[in-house]
Design a protein around this ligand. Structure first.
Ligand code: UTP
Length: 297
């Protein structure tokens, strides 16, 4: 029997340089897809997967992120007075129970692996999830919930994986597959940002993980890897061949890389088109734009 996964780490201490100048004062995770910040999508997905404790690894300038999860009593009173019940409900889903959320500071941006390691004292000897809020996944069944179900069968470590074109593999951690069992693959190697010709497959790791506590011990011994950063991929790869094998999970859903401008814009369009109140206006606008672009060619 595997232990239940009830804690998730959200590493949000990166500099977000691809979104400068916005990220000079606005944390990337607070930027909105339609009307909800990226972090809200991640929290909703975590809750659906049974996560009860939310651990944010933050850094200087992320105050807006901490405020976001507080009750805004003045605003709530005002909405109640005006009988705006629907908006009140929307707000309530953003509040966090006292004690359910913790913030740990990463004092220097030394990489994703280091950010996860910063949360080690809040994880006892138990499995935990890691979620990167800038990977937003549109799916019928939330991605982490799919993974928790698969993990209950496999145990070990599990990383979300998706097929990418060979020329894109060098932007990801890439899996060397031992056995392909369909949605789950067992892994015999992992390479962070390989050169295109050295990528062991086109199965790339994206920002959802369920990890054994041994990965935190591996991180404690870690020196910097690719790009001078302490890589989470390397610490997970160290578990290959141990009692905590590594599996890749091909999730069902569409992933948007909201850490990049193009991905963020695509997600904005996709999430807006999925909304009853926005679909018609937006799709007729998009059609117009495409028609005039074609006419201009
Ligand atoms: P990214 O590689 O997207 O880096 O980090 P970034 O700083 O957020 O953005 P750019 O590349 O400068 O535009 C992936 C995830 O790892 C976290 C980030 O916050 C993001 O969620 N991270 C990265 C940390 O928490 N600490 C680090 O030292 C590095």
């Amino acid at each position: 029997m595997t232990r239940k996964v009830t804690k998730a780490i959200f590493p949000v201490a990166g500099l977000g340089t691809r979104f400068l100048p916005a990220t000079k004062s606005v944390p990337k995770e607070i930027m909105t897809l339609v009307d909800r910040p990226l972090v809200q999508y991640a929290i909703d997905e975590a809750r659906a997967a049974g996560i009860k404790e939310f651990i944010f690894v933050t850094s200087r300038g992320k105050g807006a992120l901490e405020d976001y999860f507080d009750h805004n009593l003045t605003l709530e009173q005002e909405l109640r007075k005006k009988g705006k019940d629907e908006l009140l409900e929307t707000l309530e889903s953003t509040n966090m129970e006292s004690g359910a959320i913790a913030y740990i500071r990463q004092h220097r941006a030394l990489g994703l692996g280091h950010a996860v390691w910063c949360a080690r004292r809040l994880i006892a000897n138990e499995p935990f999830a890691v979620m990167l809020p800038d990977d937003v996944i549109a799916a019928e069944q939330p991605c982490l919930q799919q993974m928790v179900e698969a993990y209950e069968e496999t145990g070990g470590n599990m990383v979300a994986a998706m097929e990418v074109p060979p020329e894109k593999a060098s932007s990801y951690g890439v899996l060397d597959v031992a056995q392909d069992m369909g949605s789950v693959v067992s892994v015999k190697g992992m390479v962070e940002k390989p050169k295109q010709e050295e990528a062991p497959s086109n199965l790339a790791v994206i920002g959802r993980y369920i990890l054994a506590p041994s990965v935190l011990r591996n991180l404690s011994r870690m020196k910097s890897g690719a790009g001078g950063e302490i890589q989470l991929t390397d610490a997970i790869a160290e578990d290959i061949g141990s009692d905590n094998p590594v599996y890749g999970y091909r999730f069902r859903g569409q992933r948007f890389d909201c850490g990049s401008k193009a991905g963020f814009l695509q997600a904005t369009v996709a999430f807006a088109l999925a909304r009853d109140d926005l679909r018609d206006d937006l799709s007729s606008y998009l059609q117009q734009v495409l028609q005039s672009a074609q006419a201009a060619q």
